[in-house]
Ligand binder design. Structure first.
Ligand code: HEC
Length: 158
């Protein structure tokens, strides 16, 4: 009895693997290498954006820098951004896990070009409608805010 079931299963497997449907699917699926390339191109963490920042090296989180960054954030960004809640702009909780450090700093320093040329920023503008304002920060200030964002990977009560 068991053997019969097994034979039926094998026959069924052979029939489906020879079927035209299966072959068609094989042709449509891209080779693994090609698929990998597409994933890399669209991986937001590999997108550095457009602007003055081409490379940022991160070490351990520097709490003093993060505290200074928080002060700049509260003064220059909090009219449009909260950490845990969407306001005019997106909630920024976990932003360092979805965007590269270079992208974040370029968004702060060069938002006009970012929303005009960078695919991720363009999409955000389409969603949020209001354009992100350039707050004319120095690169050092933008770096402090990046450090602050690195401490905000979980939602906070506000
Ligand atoms: C006038 C409102 C406004 C101000 C001020 C502003 N932003 Fe934005 N920000 C936005 C909007 C709106 C977006 C979404 C993109 C767009 O619509 O241009 C955005 C997008 C962002 C993003 C991308 C978020 C994501 O999910 O990828 C980051 C990071 C960011 N802002 C950081 C800052 C920082 C840091 C400051 C202060 C220096 C700041 N913003 C000041 C409105 C603002």
């Amino acid at each position: 009895m068991k053997l019969k079931v097994l034979v039926v299963a094998i026959v069924a497997a052979v029939i489906t693997s020879c079927g035209g449907e299966g072959k068609k699917e094989e042709k449509v699926a891209a080779p693994v290498e090609e698929q990998k390339a597409v994933v890399e191109e669209t991986d937001p963490m590999k997108d550095k954006g457009v602007g003055p920042i081409t490379s940022v090296t991160l070490g351990e989180i520097d709490q003093k820098m993060a505290d200074e960054g928080k002060a700049v954030f509260l003064a220059k960004c909090s009219a449009c951004h909260k950490i845990s809640k969407r306001v005019v702009g997106p909630a920024l909780v976990g932003v360092t896990t979805r965007r590269s450090p270079e992208w974040i700093m370029n968004m702060i320093l060069n938002p006009e070009k970012m929303v005009a040329e960078n695919p991720i920023a363009k999409k955000l503008l389409a969603e949020y409608v209001a354009p992100m304002a350039n707050q004319n920060l120095t690169e050092a200030e933008a770096r402090l805010i990046l450090e602050y964002f690195r401490t905000k990977t979980a939602p906070e009560a506000e």
